[in-house]
Design a protein around this ligand. Structure first.
Ligand code: SAM
Length: 277
């Protein structure tokens, strides 16, 4: 993917099923390492319980799933939005049990997993979807379930991939997850040396993580004011608004009534917060 020149930022081309399927059809899969990423391999080698439920979202050619199956894991689900890829995977794994291959949108997926493996899926999503990613990950994980894998610790001129920083990830995931690990990776695949963080984040099952549609904000100053107002509400632990101001993620100890949120922003009639997703 590093070599890919995509116009998504400048022409706002949607990163949808058609976009991703075209990449597989035209074989422009610059992100594909051709083998399991070494840090993920090392992590898998530490796992003892082979019966845990594992999900790999945006799985691509999924060398990770292949490795898991070779190591004897019995409950591996992979999901990807690109039909051409999924067709290939179904052929490749046709005589293999213990793998569930799903064609679909991760954000529509239902299930309960002990471990979700992150390998260049987060960075493939438009940055406006990062709050939704946290919300969906929290929803799909079982009690004390974990996300483990890699996030870029650098920026890119245009994306995908879309980069980020440790500071940003801290603000995004805090309270919804406990940070068991978020360190600069020492054994990245060569082209990514020094530019990846290995993360192991554990679901905080004591909190509620809700995502609400939001309207009316047009600048970062107003975003900060609204975020601060929600943050001061009793029981709210973290508030994070998407970069296009269209969604707000709220982590709280107990349910916060929609009316309470609406009251906080009633000072500006342009602001509207909708029912949680
Ligand atoms: C950069 S590629 C990474 C593929 C693979 N993880 C790898 O490292 O080789 C991103 C993948 O996410 C998939 N994808 C993008 N949006 C998705 C979505 N909403 N739901 C499921 N898969 C998605 C794409 O089809 C693509 O295969």
């Amino acid at each position: 993917m590093e070599e890919l020149q995509c116009c998504v930022v400048s022409c706002e081309k949607p990163l949808d099923k058609v976009y991703w399927d075209n990449q597989y059809q035209s074989n422009t899969t610059g992100w594909d390492l051709g083998e399991i990423s070494p840090p993920i391999k090392s992590y898998i080698d530490t796992l003892e319980d082979k019966a845990i439920q594992i999900l790999i979202p945006g799985c691509g050619n999924t060398y990770e799933a292949e490795y898991l199956l070779d190591k004897g894991f019995t409950n591996v689900t992979v999901i990807d939005i690109a039909p051409t890829l999924i067709e290939n995977l179904k052929t490749k794994f046709k005589n293999t049990s213990n793998i569930n291959i799903v064609l679909g949108d991760f954000f529509e997926h239902q299930g309960e997993y002990d471990l979700i493996i992150e390998q260049t899926f987060f960075c493939a999503l438009p940055p406006t979807m990062r709050q939704k990613y946290v919300w969906k990950m929290h929803q799909l994980l079982a009690n004390k379930g974990k996300i483990a894998g890699l996030l870029f610790n650098r920026t890119f001129e245009s994306g995908p991939p879309f980069g980020g920083s440790q500071e940003e990830y801290n603000l995004l995931f805090q309270q919804a997850f406990s940070f068991l690990k978020m360190d600069v990776c020492q054994n990245s695949a060569t082209p990514r040396t020094g530019s990846e963080l290995f993360i192991e984040l554990q679901k905080n099952s004591e909190v509620l993580v809700n995502l609400y549609p939001f309207e009316g904000i047009t600048c970062n100053g107003c975003k900060n004011t609204v975020t601060e107002k929600f943050s001061t509400l009793e029981s709210v632990l973290n508030v994070s608004m998407s970069s296009n101001f269209a969604e707000v993620l709220i982590v709280s100890k107990v349910e916060v009534a929609l009316e309470t949120l609406q009251k906080e922003i009633a000072y500006d009639e342009k602001y509207k917060i909708g029912q949680k997703l």
